[in-house]
Design a binder for this molecule. Sequence first.
Ligand code: OXT
Ligand code: ADP
Ligand code: MG
Length: 568
Amino acid sequence: MSPVEENVSLTDGMHLLVKALKLNGIDKIYGVVGIPVTDLAREAQKQGIRYIGFRHEQSAGNAAAITGFLTKKPGICLTVSAPGFLNGLISLANATVNGFPMIQISGSSDRSIIDLQQGDYEELDQMNIAKPFAKASYRINKPEDIAIGVARTIRAAVSGKPGGVYLDVTANLLQTAIDKIAAEKTLFSPEDPAPSFIPSRDSIQKALSLLSKAKKPLIILGKGAAYAQTDENIKTFIEKTGIPFLPMSMAKGLLPDDHIQSAAAARSFVLKNADTVILLGARLNWLLSHGKGSHWNPNVKFIQLDIDPKEIDSNHFIAGPIVGDIASSMNSLLEELPNYSFNFDSNWNSSIEDIKKTNEVKMNEKLNLSSNPLNYYNALKVVKEVLDAHRDIYLVNEGANTLDDTRNVVNMYYPRRRLDCGTWGVMGIGMGFAIGAAVTSGKPVLAIEGDSAFGFSGMEISTICEYNLPVTIVVFNNGGIYRGDGLNLSGGSDPSPTTLMETARYDKLIEAFGGVPYNVSTGEELKKAIVAGITSLKPTLINCIIDPKAGTESGHITSLNPKHLSDK
Ligand code: OXT
Ligand code: ADP
Ligand code: MG
């Protein structure tokens, strides 16, 4: 028992911080401990907060970020000073870029030594370093400020456009003693931390009046729409208006992928031909070719629903901006809808249907053309079949070919089930997202990982096994980044820049931690192994041998890859 605990009239920053987190509904922390936060994690566990210990802070941060996305409450990642803080920072930045509410709480060294750069243990000016990567960055210096500091941090993470927030807690703060009764009186939980943001009636009417002039409308669903958790209203709006929809990757499943109005299998066609596009929580960034160029109808008009006014006109003139939270905006749109009539082109939906059919035939040909060794489509056919039969499962997905092909082949049927590399196309989210989704939902998680992608967070199979989480990992082992048949252009014996060991047995790794290993090379073996993994709920790793020649450079984004002149 610490001296402070023995002394009933005193408490300290560490105890108070845990109490403040609990009071604010924080029920889990993902992290890696060490000086000065080890006892903080112990105390959190003691007070009933679930603590999940990781092998690397980046994965802990990713677990926290995806918890935020799934629950609309901030996920918490705990890190030690300097190197631990920096390891976590990538996930904090990724949370900010993607709009996931997450808080990185990091211990830090002595301010007076840091400020004079006198070389403290793990010295780093963390709060200022975090600023460009976070939505907000705060430090609590004295226990009297813990209540305010925690409330501000939570409000910053979840209000408006969600994002990553950094909270610096110095070693000194954690050990400073304070009168217990007085300190506990300061604690509070913020009132309405993520208030509704109701759009103006004018903006709703303007948007609907634009829509009433449309001939070929399209709705693009983004992860902001998935985050908003107003699934029924979105479905009602889409079905009442009959407008086709195109889901961005993490918005897949908001309406089921086999919905008659889904235009996912006619992507280029709808982008090129739509005359009015409603962006529903999706940014006009690189994933949508910035709303311009040869992919788009040059006369397209945009209606954009977003909580962040800065997103309006970011890449293209927005004729119908609706600034508000999507739940409120959808309510208002549905309320006003009966006052408008629409006159869409009667051929629009049927022409989309025709393109869909053509693309689906092409897709089915690829899925049914079996090869030995397996290619991505052979393997994904099996994954699709299993997930068609187990629709409630969470699917984590990263890689290049592994990412792009899985996204297109595997249907999603429920909202917020597909979790992937997101806005940055970042590798390394895999195991963190899988752990976060399993811990948060208690449901089975299937992670479809490229062999390169898996390497970024693979050591977390230790965490998955230690906490006995229902995570099944499939490593698509094609022996490389994109492809496994790269050449060393010098003629030397080193592997090429894209080569990884195609003979690697990733399944053997999980054996070391007591998980269930499979090494498969046929569709039947893969199916059996996945079904066993997701139904047994045991930590499972399947090494799936894929033809090293099967992938394409950079997956579906080959065109973004700069080439030197002689290759052009
Ligand atoms: O439009 P058309 O008519 O053509 O039809 C389209 C769809 O309508 C149709 N479609 C369908 N048809 C039939 N049926 C169905 N169900 C269906 N669904 C769709 O198919 C076509 C094509 O659809 P798609 O793909 O949606 O369309 P398009 O135009 O390609 O879409 C454009 C995009 C941009 C929206 C889309 O491609 C997309 O979302 N892309 C995301 C790409 C991405 O984020 N990639 C990850 C980054 S790549 C990379 O840089 C990698 N690195 C570097 C690295 C990174 N990233 N991070 C860090 C920290 N360090 C380094 C590395 C190291 S990837 C990588 C590892 C790669 O190796 P792995 O071993 O892990 O993986 P493998 O590649 O497997 O080896
Ligand atoms: P995607 O990658 O799926 O296209 P993006 O991350 O680019 O999605 O865009 C999501 C957008 O949704 C962001 O601009 C963000 O501000 C917005 N957003 C997030 N949550 C909400 C919400 N509750 N209400 C309205 N807009 C939101
Ligand atoms: Mg690979």
